[in-house]
Design a protein around this ligand. Structure first.
Ligand SMILES: *[C@@H]1O[C@H](CO)[C@@H](O)[C@H](O)[C@H]1NC(C)=O
Ligand SMILES: *[C@@H]1O[C@H](CO)[C@@H](O)[C@H](O)[C@H]1NC(C)=O
Ligand SMILES: *[C@@H]1O[C@H](CO)[C@@H](O)[C@H](O)[C@H]1NC(C)=O
Ligand SMILES: *[C@@H]1O[C@H](CO)[C@@H](O)[C@H](O)[C@H]1NC(C)=O
Ligand SMILES: *[C@@H]1O[C@H](CO)[C@@H](O)[C@H](O)[C@H]1NC(C)=O
Ligand SMILES: *[C@@H]1O[C@H](CO)[C@@H](O)[C@H](O)[C@H]1NC(C)=O
Length: 379
C-alpha cells in the first residue's frame, strides 16, 4: 500500500518534470574560420592505422603532435557549416539566463539529455526545472552538424570558433527559432567541451561573451590523457558499425563497451543498462581533435566571471583515477589559472568517473552545478 502510493507519487513527479519542457531542434548555418595546425599525418583508414596512431600518440618520452607538424605549421581554415542543436525552455516561458552546453568526446548533444530510462539522467530536465533555458549542440564535425576532413580541418580551434559564433548570435537573438534576448549566458562543458569553453573565455575573457562557466569532467595538471587515449580501444568509425558508415576516414570511435566503461564509468557507480546505452549511442572524434586538445586548455585565463570545475573523484583523463592524488586536488589547482575570476570553486563528485551524467551520482552533480549557477550567475 505504502509502496503503491510512493510509486504513484514518483510517476506524478516524473510526469511534471517531463511535461515542463518546450524544445525545438535547429539547423544553424555558420560561416567561420580559424588558424589550424597543419599536420603531415595521413588520415588513418584501417583499424591497424588507428592503433598505430594511438601507440604513437601515447608513447612515453615522445611528443608525436610536435613530430608531425608540417612546414609551415599552420593554415587558416574557412568554411560554411551547419550546426545541429536543440533549444529548450520551461513551459512557463524562456528563462532570463541561457545555458550553452558543449559535449565531449565519444558522445553528441544527447549527453546532456540522455533519453534512456525515460530521461532519468537528463541534465536538461534538471536545468529546466530550475527555470533556465538551454541550448545544446552537436560539436562541429559530428552528429547532425557538418562533417569535415579529419586531420587538418576538424580541430579544436575551429570548434572554438563555432562556439564563439553561436554565442554571439545567441546574444543578439539572431538564431532563427530563438528570439529571446537573454540577460545572461552561462557556458557549460564536458571534457573536450570544457576545454573548448576554457578556450572561449581565454580568448574572450569579458562578460559580454560569457557570464559564467562550468567545466565538468575537467582538470589541468598533471596530464593523464594517455590513459584515455589508450583506454578508448579506438577503431575506425565508418567500418565499426553501419550507424557510423557515413563518416569519412580519420574518425575514431570507442571499440567496445569495455572502452566506454574504462574511460567514462567508475566502479560500482552505474547501471549496466546505461553503460550499454552510452556505448550504443557513441559518436566518433577526429584524429585532428585528439592532436589539438592539449594546448587549448592550458595557460592562464583572465576570464572575469565565476568559474566552477566539477569532476568525478575517479576521473580517468584528467585525474588518472584519483582527483585527490594532490593537495589541493587536481581540479582545485586550476584556481591559479583564473587569477581574475570573480569566484572559483572546485567540486569533486564522490565515487564518480569521467562520464558524470551517466552515473548514479548524476543528480548530485546537477544540484551542485545548478546551485552554483543560481548563486553566482543567475542572481
Ligand atoms: C530532436 O531530435 C532528437 C534526435 O533526433 C529527437 O529524439 C527529438 O524528439 C527531437 N525533438 C523535437 C522537439 O523535435
Ligand atoms: C609537445 O610539444 C608542444 C609544442 O612544443 C607542447 O605545447 C606540448 O606541451 C608538448 N606535449 C607534451 C606532452 O610534452
Ligand atoms: C560560403 O558561402 C558564401 C555565400 O554563399 C560564399 O560566397 C563563400 O564562397 C562560401 N565560403 C566557402 C569557404 O565555401
Ligand atoms: C599565471 O598567473 C600566475 C599568477 O596567478 C603566475 O604566477 C604565473 O606565472 C602565470 N603563468 C603564466 C604561464 O603566465
Ligand atoms: C587581471 O586584471 C588586471 C587588471 O584588473 C590585469 O592587469 C591583469 O593582467 C589581469 N590578469 C590576467 C592574468 O589577465
Ligand atoms: C588518492 O591519492 C591520495 C594521495 O596519494 C591518497 O591519500 C588517497 O587514498 C587516494 N585515494 C584512493 C581512493 O585511493
Amino acid at each position: 500500500m505504502v509502496q503503491a502510493s510512493l510509486h504513484t507519487i514518483l510517476i506524478a513527479g516524473f510526469a511534471a518534470v517531463a511535461s515542463a519542457r518546450n524544445c525545438k531542434n535547429l539547423t544553424i548555418p555558420l560561416t567561420i574560420s580559424s588558424v589550424n595546425t597543419k599536420f603531415t599525418l595521413k588520415a588513418p583508414s584501417t583499424n591497424i592505422d588507428v592503433t598505430n596512431f594511438v601507440l604513437d600518440l601515447v608513447q612515453a618520452g615522445a611528443n608525436y603532435t610536435n613530430e608531425i607538424v608540417a612546414d609551415p605549421p599552420s593554415a587558416t581554415v574557412t568554411g560554411n557549416y551547419t550546426i545541429g542543436a536543440t533549444y529548450c525552455e520551461p513551459d512557463s516561458g524562456p528563462g532570463s539566463t541561457l545555458q550553452v552546453l558543449t559535449h565531449g568526446v565519444a558522445f553528441d548533444r544527447s549527453y546532456w539529455d540522455f533519453p534512456a530510462q525515460n530521461y532519468k539522467y537528463s541534465y536538461i530536465n534538471a536545468a529546466l526545472s530550475r527555470g533556465y533555458s538551454v541550448f545544446f549542440w552537436d560539436r562541429l564535425g559530428l552528429g547532425l552538424s557538418s562533417r569535415g576532413e579529419a586531420v587538418n580541418e576538424i580541430q579544436a580551434t575551429l570548434e572554438e570558433s563555432a562556439l564563439y559564433a553561436l554565442t554571439t548570435s545567441l546574444r543578439k537573438a539572431q538564431i532563427p527559432g530563438i528570439t529571446t534576448h537573454f540577460d545572461k549566458i552561462v557556458h557549460l562543458g564536458h571534457s573536450f567541451g570544457s576545454a573548448l569553453t576554457y578556450a572561449l573565455t581565454k580568448e574572450h575573457p569579458e562578460e559580454t561573451v560569457s557570464d559564467g562557466i562550468v567545466l565538468t569532467g575537467f582538470g589541468q595538471a598533471p596530464d593523464y590523457t594517455r590513459y584515455f587515449q589508450l583506454g578508448g580501444n579506438w577503431v575506425e568509425a565508418r567500418t565499426a558499425t553501419p550507424r557510423l558508415a557515413s563518416y569519412p576516414e580519420g574518425y575514431l570511435v570507442v571499440g567496445d563497451t569495455t572502452a566506454t566503461h574504462s574511460n567514462f564509468f567508475a566502479p560500482d557507480n552505474f547501471d549496466p543498462d546505461i553503460l550499454d546505452a552510452a556505448y550504443a549511442s557513441a559518436q566518433p572524434a577526429t584524429v585532428g581533435e585528439l592532436l589539438t586538445l592539449g594546448p587549448l586548455a592550458s595557460g592562464n585565463n583572465s576570464f572575469v566571471g565565476p568559474v566552477l570545475i566539477i569532476t568525478g573523484e575517479r576521473d580517468i583523463p584528467f585525474c588518472g583515477g584519483n582527483c585527490t592524488v594532490t593537495d589541493p586536488s587536481i581540479p582545485a589547482q586550476s584556481k591559479q589559472s583564473f587569477p581574475n575570476a570573480s569566484c572559483f570553486e572546485a567540486v569533486i563528485v564522490p565515487r564518480a568517473g569521467h562520464g558524470l551524467n551517466f552515473e548514479y551520482s548524476a543528480q548530485w552533480t546537477y544540484t551542485s552545478i545548478l546551485d552554483f549557477v543560481d548563486k553566482y550567475v543567475h542572481g
